[in-house]
Design a protein around this ligand. Structure first.
Ligand code: ADP
Ligand code: ZN
Length: 808
């Protein structure tokens, strides 16, 4: 349902669809003056008791869209949970569970009325336009305006139709058209029966070629056949007319795997650690009850191998498996590996698939052809039947959180889905989220550890470069420390590769006029614009506003424009100047918007055609480059300074991930981290690769300051165009929250301007609600939202976010 509604609606079913209707089907329903697609979520014979209308007031639904439900009972169940838990509209959640582009178009159509029929009898003149239109309408049930384009020029047709409508001869109605995305079919030919001798004597040369080709094949597409036999399609048609060939339609599968499939999967002998972990998982799979594992293993410790074995086991038990991965960038690697093991049993789900591919993969899962699903967060809604295993890899990743409506966390949804469907869930990470590790400590999850790399390969040696000392040495700020430059030099002297990271794309972080101090702000957001040199534009990283880069200050007109701070684009340029003999490429959101380009750069790097990669944290994840022995992190300070309770956790994770990129092969790796905060605990523990020490320190901070996992958190964002209005709405909301919180079970903070106080032209205030009781947070927030809504304020401007990952 495209409309942003929170309640369900009740409709009367027309007589002719009552038998066929089932929950999970889509149905066309009138809403206001338009016709829209809705989802049947329940059927009742009596009016529900809590419904505040009489039978006469209930509108009638139009027609069913589907012959079989598009939502399985499991999908209805999990989407309902998401809608309730995250306070999201159920229809929106269902919509994101289905492949996009499959809702039918609604078009306007004309139908003849009774008085139209009567009128037709009386028109004598055959050339009358009215008569022609009415006749056409009798032959076909409904017609669109375009269907009539041959009877008159458009303007005349429109005028006539309007008159005919005014006289009551025709009516306009809305009818269901085609969906933009559907099963792809092609016409194929097959041999009907062996030829009789007489028939084979009466063949032309071309016909004989066609039949020879058909001889050992069951079906061929018409185009293919005509081309290979070098005949016209008419030759094939005539054979079909004679009953020798027959036509059929066949499904064409659109396959999202771009590169050729690696044919032979690797078969390792599991290590002892892997074996004992797998035994525990298998025991749980066999029981077919819900249980959850946290697989805590450093990068390269063989987690993926464990997932693969667990999936094999699941399939052997006759059940299906689902594996969630955080980023698109990871899926080619993983999905190739899974495909090598499971072949066509694997379906892949992620948002950069074409819509047709996505639809076909979804269909293969729904009809049970594919029993292993791999994909990003929305794959949690894949219509898998008989789910036995759910794997969430890199469970700590923030990309599991959907950042706009419907808000949900794919990891948490996966856990709930496993619970509801009695499946086993494995959360895997080298740096578990604080929540998950705490759950493992309290026994909610079973903790499984893989503390060592496969083959005893050493972890990379990470060290901190104190940039304050570098500053003192040079008397001015440096982008690269002497230590990092030296390390780059020696690495490449040994013909090894390196990665240089900075979590900021673009050329410079902002532009400053040295004469008057003016900076260039985004007109829509409370941030400065970033200079992107390749495109010569100033770009807002939040709303994508772009404007030409200035040659003079916009405020004072002087030419003292100065670019402050570095982005990846500038790093690339500086490094190319410093190391002219190295082949350097950049990977960030600017260079990788094209999937092929991105994959090509990664391939070139892994095959040694590129020496150094410069990029954002996109580079820190998942990839396995055995010849990389150096990773330099230019700065982590911006990340540490973010006003967010997870900033230390994020920085710790980032560095640990990065360290996992170095020394994957036989040679040891080195990681250098440049910072002005060398004693920060997240950095110290990350360098020592000591997760538990970090956890122990961080968990105390969370407890002392009442942050998750010790409290449930909700963030209410009030936004709108008018600052005064937003502020007063926020204050109003706070008063309602206080009323609902009379027992003081929640702590309420704010309203305060959100850290990003203006975004995409809107002002933003936020209120934080914390409580040890998760239920209380919702009770209080829901009550306040209800009073606000009852008073006629538009709830679209009040966004409730449950379990926000960040509070920025
Ligand atoms: P992780 O997912 O923890 O990063 P992987 O499962 O990708 O680890 O394993 C790291 C590397 O070791 C991969 O190249 C993998 O093919 C290899 N590997 C995994 N298990 C074994 C094993 N039992 N014996 C030998 N090599 C293995
Ligand atoms: Zn902006």
């Amino acid at each position: 349902m495209p409309v942003h509604v929170f309640q369900t609606f009740t409709y009367k079913l027309p007589e002719n669809v009552r038998e066929a209707a089932q929950p999970g089907m889509r149905i066309l329903i009138p809403l206001g003056r338009s016709l829209i697609a809705g989802y049947v979520v329940g059927l009742h014979n009596e009016l529900p008791a809590d419904l505040d209308v009489t039978e006469a007031e209930i509108k009638e639904a139009s027609s069913l869209i589907d012959e079989v439900p598009v939502c399985t009972p499991e999908i209805l169940q999990i989407t309902k949970w998401v809608a309730d838990y995250y306070a999201s509209p159920w229809g929106e959640v269902i919509k994101s569970a289905l492949p996009p582009g499959t809702n039918p178009a609604i078009r306007e159509a004309i139908r003849i009325t009774d008085s139209g029929h009567a009128k037709l009898e009386t028109i004598e003149e055959d050339s009358s336009l009215e008569k022609q239109i009415l006749l056409e309408l009798i032959h076909r049930n409904t017609l669109s305006k375009d269907d009539l384009s041959h009877v008159a020029p458009t303007h005349q047709l429109i005028r006539t139709l309007r008159e005919m409508e005014n006289r009551g001869w025709i009516t306009w109605e809305k009818v269901q058209g085609h969906a933009p995305v559907k099963t792809k079919l092609r016409r194929v030919v097959g041999l009907r029966q062996p030829l009789t001798d007489i028939e084979s004597e009466r063949l032309t040369e071309g016909q004989r070629r066609v039949l020879d080709l058909m001889h050992d094949r069951s079906q061929l597409s018409v185009q293919e056949l005509a081309k290979t036999a070098s005949v016209n399609v008419s030759t094939i048609n005539s054979l079909a007319k004679r009953g020798i060939l027959e036509f059929a339609t066949e499904h064409v599968r659109r396959d999202p795997f771009s590169s050729p499939v690696r044919d032979e999967p690797e078969h390792y002998k599991l290590t002892d650690a892997q074996t004992s972990i797998l035994e525990e998982i298998e025991a749980s799979l066999t029981k077919q009850e819900y249980s959850a594992f946290l697989l805590h293993g450093v990068t390269g410790s063989g987690k993926t191998e464990v997932y693969i074995r667990a999936i094999q086991r699941t399939l052997a038990l006759g059940r299906s498996a689902m594996m969630l991965v955080p980023e698109i960038a990871l899926t080619p690697v993983f999905s190739q590996r899974l495909r090598a093991h499971f072949g066509d049993q694997v379906a892949i789900f992620h948002s950069s698939l074409q819509r047709g591919e996505r639809f076909d993969e979804w269909t293969r899962v729904k009809n049970g052809e594919a029993r292993v699903v791999i994909g990003t967060r929305s794959a949690v809604f894949a219509p898998v039947r008989n789910l036995g295993l759910v794997v969430v890899d890199e469970e700590h990743e923030s990309s599991y959180r959907q950042q706009d409506s419907p808000y949900y966390n794919g990891r948490d949804t996966a856990i709930v889905r496993a619970q509801k469907e009695s499946a086993t869930v494995i959360l895997g990470s080298a740096t578990p989220s604080l929540e998950s590790f705490q759950n493992a400590r309290t026994g909610k999850y079973q903790h499984l550890a893989l503390p060592e790399r496969i083959g005893g390969r050493p972890m990379a040696e990470a060290s901190i470069v104190d940039m304050r000392k570098v500053f003192a040495r040079h008397g001015k700020p440096q982008v690269f420390s002497d230590e990092l430059l030296e390390a780059i030099r020696t690495t490449h002297d040994r013909k090894e590769q390196s990665i240089v990271l900075l979590n900021r794309r673009g050329y410079s972080s902002f532009v400053l006029c040295r004469s008057c101090g003016e900076t260039i702000q985004c007109p829509n957001c409370d941030v400065t614009l970033t200079y992107h040199r390749t495109e010569r534009v100033m770009l807002c990283h939040y709303c994508n506003h772009r404007q030409p880069a200035p040659s003079a200050c916009l405020a004072c007109g002087k030419k003292f424009i100065y670019y402050v701070g570095e982005g990846t684009e500038k790093l690339e340029e500086l490094l190319k100047e410093l190391f002219p003999s190295l082949r350097i490429a950049r990977i960030d959101r600017d260079t990788s918007s094209r999937r092929r380009q991105f994959e090509k750069t990664l391939t070139d790097f892994s095959q040694g055609r590129i020496d150094m990669l410069v990029g954002t944290q996109m580079l820190a994840k998942g990839h396995d480059f055995p010849n990389v022995t150096l990773v330099g992190v230019v700065s982590v300070d911006a990340g540490l300074a973010l006003p967010d309770f997870r900033s230390a956790e994020r920085t710790f994770q980032l560095i640990t991930q990065v360290a996992g990129r170095a020394g994957r092969g036989d040679r040891p790796g080195r990681v250098l981290i440049q910072t002005y905060h060398p004693y920060h605990y997240a950095l110290r523990h990350a360098c020592a690769q000591d997760y538990e020490q970090f956890f122990n320190e961080e968990i105390v901070y969370r407890q002392n300051h009442s942050y998750p996992p010790f409290v449930a958190l909700a963030n209410l964002l009030i936004h709108g165009n008018d600052l005064g209005r937003v502020r007063s709405d926020a204050l109003e909301f706070r008063r309602e929250l206080d009323k609902a919180n009379s027992e003081r079970l929640c702590r309420i903070l704010g309203p305060a301007p959100a850290p990003l106080a203006r975004l995409k032209g809107e002002h933003r205030f936020q209120i934080l609600i914390k409580s040890r009781s998760r239920r209380q947070v919702r009770t209080v927030a829901d009550a306040a939202l209800k009073s606000i809504g009852d008073r006629g304020l538009n709830l679209r401007f009040f966004n409730l976010e449950i379990d926000p990952l960040s509070i920025m």
